[in-house]
Unconditional design. Sequence first.
Lengths: 159, 85
Amino acid sequence: MPIRLQREDFDAAAEAAALVGTRTGIGAVVTFTGICRGAEDGEPIAALNLEHYPGMAETEIARHVEEAQARWPLIGVTVVHRYGRLTPGENIVLVVTAASHRQDAFAAAEFLMDYLKTRAPFWKQVEHASGTQWVDARAADDAAAARWSTPRRSRQAAE
Amino acid sequence: MNVKVLYFAWVRERIGKPEEDIEPPAGVATVGDLVAWLAQRGEQYAYAFENPKIIRAAIDRSHATPDTAISGAREIAFFPPMTGG
């Protein structure tokens, strides 16, 4: 299952096509792209700088892809996360999930995005005309990730 | 024990360096202990760790909590809450 960290842009349609490839049984493909917005808290931004923890970023994303595959009958998953300096309109992150049925593809894609937002070691810094500022983590993102926790599963990772 | 410590985002900016090797004394057993010990190393460290509740940590590239023991760790990272995706 492709998991990539890279500076360069990605082609969402090409990645989805590559994931489907010659696999049989796929009835649903969900392709999510996260994009750099032009403003943060109402203020226009010149760019977004994405810092990451090399080594941990890949293993952490892989852990969540494994968890998604354990929870839903996925036929394929691709995650691509960019880092470095990105400008408004540019792609940041790609999640592609393929399954027999749409419920599994949608749920897995949402699960992966909720976890990428809170547990993948990346940090965003916005560039305004006036200077740079680190983006604060949002309580809404933590709440979104928390709703996937199920008491019956024993979680290996420390929360 | 000798361990490599990494700093990211504004934790790195406040301390002024991305990483260093440290040798915490025997009494420093957990991540929480280590944050407290680092905080008293100087003004920049105190500033970086002024609110320990929002500092997150990873030991050998796995998420850790303040209670996690640090013995045997090769690499410990400190950073603000993550903002990926």
